[in-house]
Structure formats: structure tokens, C-alpha cells
Ligand binder design. Structure first.
Ligand SMILES: *Cc1c(COP(=O)(O)O)cnc(C)c1O
Length: 470
């Protein structure tokens, strides 16, 4: 399988090549030339598979340049009961009102990003070893992404991670999660500044081509194709767990920010998985809800991004959205160039003439959930089902209940565990004990390893080069 860029000006690439890529050189996002089509007989055969077997069948359709035995090994080492808390990997449960919840949040950092990042860590290590290459990941995080990357890449050969975070701005739990890692290849850097300052430093380093080249600097952000492809798997797994036969349809409701998670749902649907609707749930940052209701995409600037109690959805420019629009407009690269030139100029675009197609052909609908909705939903689920859901999942549950139709099976993706967001949980339900997986008891008491640096790209570069030259 060959990969192309949404902007049409990048030479075709193999899976191993796109795996290590961020943005395409033409500014676009990489996608397969065509989505593999799953026929009824294959779908029937897959129904009986366990998670790693299913992951192998699906990923092997995309990773055609990795020998089957190697890919199987990477996947078997990734989706284990030890890493994901149980052998089912993404178990599905049913709330008392019939809504299904698929748990994607039982990985090492208790958020759905582990589902893809754990695969990426092993796949990176494999490709780098094969090509005798090294990679030094530089990233900025305000919480979830950084920890998922560190837990995926800790101890991996040929890889170092330099993760910038704003000093004193993450929760005690998030700090403990990242800074307690003692692996030699993980380097936490607390910057005396805000999250945006951390991002600016990453950009400054990326823009220094000589430095980037000399020190093999790379990233793992949400546009990485390897992450999307690993996420396709759990839509199939969720479908099989909630149906008896392949004549049934299932809708998925997805708490969304960068559109990475639900983009994988779109791809699963395009491959032929009988998905009914794809329900996009946003928080106060409703750029996607606006698009799916009106057809107008109007990304907001960073200073118009609300800081909310579902922080991993605080995004006003959905980086993976370009992949869906590419399909929507008939895979027309020049069209994408025109539309994203408007986005780049701070304007956005209007595709209201395609809104019927968005709803009918692609199955997308949306809704939004505000702080008060989130608290109310957490409280309701706690009252009715005796369980605590995290604020992001609560946004999904709120929207799913709102748009669900009679007879429609809706699976809401659980994107984090409540344990990560204790203060919002307490705000919703009062002073209850928020359950935490046994492995994370006492996390905050472990010794921490972090380097505090000033808000200065040159000093961060010095730290990187000194560390790598030691
Ligand atoms: C990253 C994240 C999201 C948003 O996912 P996207 O792929 O960016 O749409 C939702 N919930 C949680 C807990 C997350 O960490």
C-alpha cells in the first residue's frame, strides 16, 4: 500500500516511511491511496478474533512493507493484559439507560492515547533498528499526550524523549506520572512559562534545520498516521462486542478535540464496518460541532480557546480534520490547498453545500457539552449506575443521550479514567473516593526526575545536545 498527502505534492511513501513522519513536506497529512475494503466473509471471520489477532488483520492491510511475522510480534507485545489491565483490551459495558461504554482508558496512562501510542513505541523501535537509525522525540505537553508518549517510548532502543511542560501547571497526578519515570531515555523538562511557550520552543527547534538534522529530532503528534491506524482496530472490536451479527449497525459517540479518534472511526466505516452514525462530541471549544451543524469551519485562535474541565478537548483547530475533508470533497488535493490556504490566513471555509453528504453519506452528527452538563452527567451516571466517569467521557455521554434515536445502538468511547481528574469529579459528586488502579497507588510519593529550564529555546537546545553527547 502506498501513501499520499492530502495536498498532493509529496511523493508516494511506504508505511514505514509515514510512520516516522509528522506533516508531509507539502504541509498536508498522509493517507493511504485507497482504504482497503472488508467484505462480508472477512468481517464474519474477524468476529471471533481476540484483540491482538484483530489488530494484526487490520494493521497488516495498511503496513504492507512490514513482514507479517514481525508485525504480529510487535502487536502481540503491545496489546497485552499486563499493559491494558485485562485481556479484552477494550471491554464494553452497558449503562442502565442502554448506552454502551467502550473502555479505551485502561492503558498505562489511563487515557485512550495509550491505545495507539503503545503500538507506535514498539513500531518505532522496530523500524529504527532495521534502518540503524536514531530518533529523538521533542514534544510539548500540558498533560495527556506527553505522558502517553513517555510510557510508550520508555526504555526503547534508539529513541530519546525530551518532553517540555509548563512548570507548576500540570496536576500533581500528571506531574507524578511523567516525572517519576526513571528510564535513561526519558528527559522531562519543566519550562518556566506556559504551555504555549513550550510549544514555541518546540517550533523554534524544529525550524533550526541544522540542529534538527544533526540530532535527529522528530515528533509524535496526533496527526501521525501510525496512531490513526492503530485506533481503527477498536472500532471493529467495539462493533463485534455489541452485535450478534454483521447485519446490525452500531453508532459511535466520540469525545473529540483534534479529530484523531473519530477520524479512525470514519476510516473503519469507509472500510465497510457497519457503522451507523459517527457522533462528534465537543466541549465549550465547539469548532467541530459548528462544522457538523452548519458546514462552516471557523478555527479559533489560541487566545479564543476556552480552558475547560475536559482539558484534552481544548482545541480550536482540529489537526486531523483535513483527512476527512479530503474524502468529503472527493480526494481533491487542489481543493484542500485552497481551503487550507484560507485556514492559514485565519479565515476558515464554508462547505454548507456538502452538509447533506456529511450527514447522509458519511453519517456524521454532533453535539456539545458545557461545564454544567459535564458535572450533571457525571452526577447522573454516579447516581444511576454507581460508577464514576471522567469529564471527557461525560461530554460524550451527554451528547450521545441527546442525539440517540429509538432502537439505535450507541457506543460511547471512554477516553480517560476518572482517577486522572479527581477535582472535577469532586466538584460533581462531592468528596468521594475516586478509584485508582492498584499500580498507581501512591504515585505522587515516588521520587521525581525533572530538569527545570528557563523559557529559552537556546538553553533547551544546549540541554538536548549535552544530553545526547554524554
Ligand atoms: C486526546 C483526548 C481526547 C480528544 O481526542 P482527539 O483525537 O484529539 O479528538 C479526548 N479525551 C481525552 C481524555 C484525550 O486525552
Amino acid at each position: 500500500m502506498k501513501y499520499i498527502s492530502t495536498r498532493g505534492a509529496t511523493a508516494h511513501k511506504s508505511f514505514s516511511e509515514v510512520l516516522l513522519m509528522g506533516l508531509a513536506p507539502d504541509g498536508g497529512l498522509m493517507l493511504p491511496e485507497a482504504y482497503p475494503q472488508i467484505d462480508a466473509a472477512t468481517l464474519e471471520k474477524w468476529r471471533g478474533l481476540n484483540y491482538p489477532e484483530l489488530a494484526f488483520e487490520i494493521i497488516s492491510l495498511f503496513a504492507t512493507d512490514i513482514p507479517a511475522a514481525d508485525l504480529r510480534d510487535i502487536i502481540n507485545r503491545t496489546y497485552t493484559a499486563e499493559a491494558f489491565g485485562n485481556a479484552e483490551i477494550t471491554p464494553v459495558r452497558t449503562l442502565s439507560d442502554g448506552l454502551k461504554i467502550q473502555a479505551l482508558s485502561n492503558g498505562p496512562t489511563l487515557a485512550f492515547k495509550d491505545m495507539a501510542m503503545q503500538f507506535l513505541g514498539n513500531a518505532f523501535e522496530y523500524v529504527l533498528a532495521k534502518e540503524s537509525r536514531e530518533l529523538n522525540i521533542l514534544g510539548a505537553t500540558s498533560g495527556d499526550t506527553g505522558s502517553a508518549a513517555e510510557y510508550a517510548l520508555r526504555g526503547k532502543k534508539g529513541i530519546n524523549v525530551f518532553m517540555l511542560s509548563p512548570e507548576g501547571r500540570m496536576s500533581a497526578f500528571q506531574r507524578a506520572q511523567m516525572f517519576s519515570l526513571q528510564d535513561e531515555n526519558i528527559h522531562n523538562i519543566a519550562v518556566k512559562g506556559m504551555f504555549d511557550d513550550c510549544q514555541d520552543i518546540v517550533k523554534a527547534v524544529q525550524n533550526d534545520a541544522a540542529f534538527k538534522e544533526k540530532y535527529h529530532i522528530g515528533t509524535v503528534n496526533s496527526i501521525n498516521w501510525g496512531r490513526i491506524v492503530a485506533q481503527v482496530v477498536y472500532y471493529f472490536a467495539g462493533y463485534f462486542k455489541t452485535t450478534q451479527s454483521n447485519s446490525e449497525k452500531v453508532s459511535f459517540c466520540v469525545p473529540s478535540g483534534n479529530f484523531g479518534n473519530i477520524c479512525a472511526g470514519h476510516i473503519a466505516r469507509q472500510m465497510g464496518l457497519p457503522v451507523g452514525r459517527l457522533i462528534v462530541a465537543t466541549n465549550e471549544n465547539d469548532v467541530l460541532d459548528e462544522f457538523f451543524k452548519t458546514g462552516a469551519y471557523r478555527p479559533r485562535s489560541a487566545d479564543h480557546t476556552h480552558v475547560t474541565s475536559s482539558p484534552s478537548m481544548d482545541i480550536s483547530k482540529a489537526s486531523n480534520f483535513e483527512r476527512f475533508v479530503f474524502d468529503l470533497i472527493g480526494r481533491n488535493s487542489s481543493g484542500i490547498q485552497v481551503l487550507w490556504a484560507e485556514v492559514g490566513a485565519g479565515k476558515g471555509f464554508d462547505l454548507s453545500f456538502l452538509l447533506d453528504k456529511v450527514h447522509q453519506q458519511y453519517g456524521f452528527v454532533s453535539g456539545k457539552s458545557l461545564h454544567a452538563d459535564r458535572l450533571k452527567t457525571i452526577r447522573q451516571v454516579y447516581g444511576q449506575d454507581g460508577e464514576l466517569i471522567d469529564p471527557h467521557t461525560a461530554d460524550g455521554v451527554k451528547v450521545a443521550r441527546e442525539v440517540r434515536q429509538n432502537g439505535e445502538t450507541v457506543v460511547c468511547l471512554e477516553t480517560a479514567l476518572a482517577a486522572k481528574f479527581e477535582s472535577t469529579i469532586r466538584e460533581a459528586v462531592g468528596n468521594v473516593a475516586v478509584p485508582r488502579p492498584a499500580a498507581l497507588q501512591g504515585l505522587e510519593n515516588l521520587p521525581q526526575r525533572v530538569r527545570v529550564l528557563p523559557n529559552n529555546a537556546e538553553i533547551v537546545k544546549e540541554f538536548i545536545s549535552e544530553t545526547l553527547e554524554k
